[in-house]
Design a protein around this ligand. Sequence first.
Ligand code: HEM
Length: 394
Amino acid sequence: MAIMFSEDGRRDPYPLYHELRSQAPVFRDDFTGSWFVSTFADCRAVLRDPTYIKGDRPDVLTLADGSTRERPANRTESMLFLNPPDHTRIRGLVSRAFTPRRIENLRPAIERLTNELLDDLGSPGDEVDLIGRFAFQLPVRVIAAMIGVPDEDRDWFRPRTADLVRSLEPTSTGADFDAAATSYGEIHAYMVELVAAKRNKPGHDLLSVLIEAEEAGDRLSEAELISNTILMFTAGFETTTNLIGNGVVGLVHHPAQLAALIADPSLWPNAIEELLRWDGPVQLDARQANVDVVLGGQDIPAGSQIVTLLGAANRDPASVADPDALVVSRAEVPILSFASGIHFCLGAALARIEGQVALQRLFERFPHLRLGPGPPVHNQAITIRGMSALPVTL
Ligand code: HEM
């Protein structure tokens, strides 16, 4: 797995995924002690089977550089890290704000915001950083408006949530962990104040709805309210930014596919599924075996960490023909980009609409957009795959 953690492996993990899938589809890595799973069928089975749970988080964590840190107490109420029944209760409450109708109702606002951002982006021929000026801006504005975070505070979050995301990497060090702990503390303090302000003066935003659920005795504690608001806020843009950024790069490198979309815009929803499959923002997910299991013919002891390589599963030739080709007209291809089972991404419908509106409107406005000057700046991450800057000429 050392190759996967190398610079080349991070930039292009797909050859390694194919090698793993064909030679050792359930593979124990000595460096991390984890089992890496790379076929679509095995990944899907792990994510859907209650035998595999969100792991107990040890009180003392050992990091990739060998250093140890105490587990932060205030991050454990996030539904992302919980198992039933707590997961079921919290997700049930929060998902009230994510019904398909509520999300589809956001489409006009997403269209409006996208057009505003494109108006400000520049004119054909201008050189801009598409991540900072567009791919990051749209999702952060949408989720900030949904939650009720004031506009002027959005940019304050960017470096801090980047610290949180870096600490999700399997290679994160003591220094990464410390930066994430400091940033989490600051974001937490911010959210405590925001909740207090919303209690005094409720609005129509998600946070006010959740506070109401809490006050109605609907079993959402203050700590859970804060943790899950931070989760939604962070998950709401760190990933979708990369769907847009990776999508732009994928389409510019495949001009015939882009031409097909411009000729037939009804293909856009399909194209988003294909981009999520072909180069998705979340490359891996993890569970813990609750009991001794046999997976792919391997005996795995209870307590082992199982890493599902979502990006590898999405390119499994057993579930999709010619998996390395980007083909926007593919239909009905199963993907694991949003995981599967009880932790299936709560924001999937929102991310799909944002990705679709952003990419469609961007290429309608700037059909000759090209990459450069200068190369994209890859974020060097394994878990959340994307770029920290993407120079383009409009
Ligand atoms: C393209 C964009 C996105 C991708 C690829 C993505 C991917 C994922 C994945 C793979 C998971 C499962 C994690 C696990 O099993 O441990 C997840 C969970 C989650 N996502 Fe997303 N996500 C995206 C956008 C969003 C957005 C816009 C939101 C908005 C709030 C969001 C909120 C969440 C939440 C709350 C969870 C936790 C669900 C649970 O644990 O039950 N995501 N996402």
